[in-house]
Design a protein around this ligand. Structure first.
Ligand code: PLP
Length: 422
């Protein structure tokens, strides 16, 4: 059968609207609540708090803003009020997920902190508890852990929490990709001192942009509400004692999110069906899908990803900005698959390039389960990679996981990918 390119692009993950979104946006227009306050914000906040089981969910302009506010709160709690102009984490080391989007990490640096990257494990593609324990041996004074639940798959929370408790450290959870995912029945974002969600255009539900800071502390909730609206004091004029930000969510954006929220579980079910279809479709290929701890964690299946078995991995080199590969029968590479998908008008992505491999963070410490790791360039090391994050980056890729994609389209994607192994 000859496969033709898709007429309409098949996306990685695009918005899926239902109708209620527009109704709530219209309501905001009708009532002229075109600002950073209003019923849509209040209601979406209430729904998110209820879903995640936390006491307070504060609507902000983005997931990154929520991570920034979480870093500021954590810094204040751990190290006290900084001087004006200095970040709350000034000069402090923070243990951080290595294989993630840089938005997980940058807010630590906004607050003056120093990210120390913790290698990844193969069971969930998240922070490796063994490497985390090693990191505490090397840096026993660290008091803050920033972890991300990658691609919607929960981290090994029991292990990580036990280590954090033993060392008197607190956790910020970047649950930007994992809204609705659970670990032992509890929602991601509700384990740490602070949780962060994102509603940007490619997330499981979207409001075009937006995010939430999750906390059980009333004082912290009040602080974030104040900081995110320019830190005004209660006074008849504009009175300021602290640094402020313009980070509050818009009531128009919240209208979209409030409508989407009604369909979160439905979106998760659709994403799960995509994951299962890939699993079945690839059962005879030398690949694995992004794994999770079955019976312990239930991901939200935000992105389906695959990892090519080592024996079936063709030759590929990546410089900082380009990739080359050699076609070999029976083998393939992420680069070949991504280029082939693109020829057919479908959108895949490389795995997040680990932070210890990024030029901006290459001088930061990187800890593997063996202890001190080394920052690596992009050269694939023959016979296997030296750290897990680099290995998954080299052999893995994100598959089209759009809930607008039809089953027939997905079957064609599966055939295209199978073709890369011939
Ligand atoms: C893991 C992770 N953290 C943080 C963010 C930042 O969220 P936002 O785009 O809403 O700022 C994203 C998504 O963009 C993400 O995937």
């Amino acid at each position: 059968m000859e496969i033709k390119p898709f007429e309409k692009k098949v996306y990685l993950a695009s918005p899926y609207m239902h109708g209620e979104e527009q109704m709530y946006v219209k309501e905001a227009f009708d009532k002229n609540w075109i600002t950073t306050a209003g019923e849509n914000i209040n209601e979406w906040e209430r729904m998110v708090a209820e879903k995640t089981g936390v006491s307070y969910a504060i609507g902000l302009s983005s997931g990154t803003a929520s991570l920034h506010m979480a870093c500021k709160l954590a810094g204040l709690k751990l190290y006290g009020q900084p001087e004006v102009g200095k970040g709350a984490l000034c000069g402090k080391r923070v243990f951080c997920t290595d294989m993630t989007f840089d938005a997980t990490v940058n807010p630590i640096v906004y607050e003056g902190g120093i990210p120390i990257f913790i290698d990844t494990e193969y069971d969930t593609w998240n922070m490796d508890p063994v490497a985390l324990e090693k990191a505490f041996e090397i840096y026993p004074d660290v008091k803050l852990i920033m972890l991300a639940h990658l691609y919607g798959t929960p981290c090994k929370m029991d292990e990580i929490r036990a280590i954090a408790e033993r060392h008197g450290a607190i956790i910020i959870e970047d649950a930007a990709e994992s809204f609705g995912a659970t670990y032992k029945g509890k929602q991601t974002g509700s384990f740490g001192e602070y949780g962060c969600l994102s509603a940007n255009g490619n997330k499981i539900i979207t409001a075009s942009t937006g995010g939430f800071l999750l906390t059980d502390s009333f004082e912290d909730c009040e602080k974030v509400k104040k900081w995110s609206t320019q830190a005004r004091e209660a006074a008849p004029w504009y009175q300021h004692e602290e640094l402020g930000y313009n980070y509050r969510m818009s009531n128009i954006v919240a209208g979209i999110g409030r409508g989407q929220m009604l369909h979160l579980d439905e979106h998760i079910a659709m994403k799960k069906a995509i994951y299962e279809r890939y699993k079945e479709g690839f059962k005879d290929l030398p690949v694995k899908l992004n794994p999770y701890e079955e019976g312990v964690a239930e991901p939200n299946y935000w992105l389906s990803c695959m990892l090519i078995d080592k024996e079936a991995m063709g030759r590929q080199v990546r410089s900082e900005k380009e990739a080359l590969f050699i076609r070999e029968s029976g083998k393939t590479t992420p680069t070949e698959i991504l280029e082939t998908l693109s020829e057919y008008n479908a959108d895949g992505r490389p795995i997040w390039k680990p932070m210890h491999m990024q030029p901006i963070y290459r001088l930061n410490a990187f800890i593997t389960k063996e202890g001190n790791g080394r920052a690596r360039t992009n050269a694939y090391i023959e016979g296997g990679c030296v750290d897990v994050g680099m290995d998954i980056f080299e052999r893995g890729l994100c598959l089209p996981s759009d809930i607008n994609m039809t089953a027939d389209q997905q079957d064609i994607i599966i055939e295209i990918i199978k073709g890369c192994f011939r």
